[in-house]
Design a binder for this molecule. Sequence first.
Ligand code: TRP
Length: 360
Amino acid sequence: MKKIILTGDRPTGKLHIGHYIGSLKNRLLLQEKEDYDEFYIMIADAQALTDNFENPKKIKNSVIEVVLDYLSIGLDPNKVTIFIQSSISALCEMTYYYMNLVTLGRLLRNPTVKSELEIREFNNSIPSGFLNYPVSQAADITAFKANIIPVGDDQLPMIEQTNEIVRKFNNIYGNTLVECEALLPKTKVESRVPGIDGKAKMSKSLDNCIYLSDSKEEVKRKVMKMYTDPNHIKISDPGKIEGNMVFLYLDLFVNDYHFKKYLPEYKNIEELKKAYQKGGLGDVIIKKFLINVLEESFEGFRKRRKYYEDNIEEVYDILKKGTEKANQKANETLKEIRKAIGIDYFNESRLLGIMKDKYN
Ligand code: TRP
C-alpha cells in the first residue's frame, strides 16, 4: 500500500515553538526519511474561517506567515506539497456528500468540537459550518487517499470520525476511500508545550509564546522572564526542576554538543539538573544557556526566512505549484467518488446511456 502523509495547520497567526515541538520537527524528520510516496501539508484556511468568518483578513495574512514559517524551519517544497485548502474546490463537494453520512448527534459528541464550542461561547448559536468542520477534515484527508496523519492528540476524534465516514461510504457506495491513522507526538509534553509563564499550553491569546519568527532580542527577552522556581531566591537555594520552564525547554532542545560548546562545566542535562537541585546554580546561567541552545535553531530559521522574504515570488510559486498538484489529486478522487455514488452523469455520456436504455 502507498504511504501518503497529509497534515495541516489552521492559519490563525504565526507559528510558535509549541507547533515546532508538537508537529513541525516531526515533519522535518519524515521529510528527510523519504520513505513515503506523497507528502501533503495543507494550510487549512477554510477551516480557520469556520470560527473566524468575520475576519478573513486575519486568515489571509496568516496564510503568508504560516508558509514562511514552514519554509524557514526547512520544509522543502521539493519533498512536500504545500497547498491552500480553500483553493481545492473538490473538498467542498466531498464534504457535501459526506455530510449525509454523519448525524448531528455524532457531530455534537465529538470531544474536541465540544470543548472548542465551550471556549468560543457559541452557546445556542453554533454556526453549522463550525460544527461540520470534522466532516470537511474527512474530505481533506480522503481527497488525497492519505493514510498517515501526523497530528496532536486533540485531533484523534477527527481521525476517528474520518474513518467512520470512510467505512460508511465504502459500505454504501463500494470500496473507494482509504482509512487513515494518526501519527502522534511521542510524549505528552511534546503535544502540549506550556508557555513561558508555565501556566498552560503555549497560545497566542495568553501571550506566552516564543514565535519561530522572533528576533534574537525577543527570544532573549522571553527566556529571561521565563517562569522557573519561585522559591529559588538565592543562588545557594536548592531549585526545583518540575514546573521549571527553563528545564522543560532544555529537555526539548538540548543535546550534549550544546554543553560542550556553551556550558562545558557540565557534561549533560542530568548533571545540570543535579547541580540546580542541590543549590548553587543561578537562574541567569541556565537562562543564558537556553538562549544559546535556542539560537542554534533560530539562527537557521532566520537565515532561511530572510532568503524567502527577499524572494517572495518564489514563495508564491511554491504555493501555486503545490495547490495545482493538490487540485489534480483531489479532482481525481472526486471523480471516483461521483462514479461510486453514480452521479457522474456526463462522464462518457453515462446519463445518455441510461436514458437510451430506458426509452429506446
Ligand atoms: N484541525 C487541524 C488543527 O486544528 C488542522 C487540519 C485541517 C488538519 N485539516 C486537516 C490536520 C487534515 C490534519 C489533517 O490543527
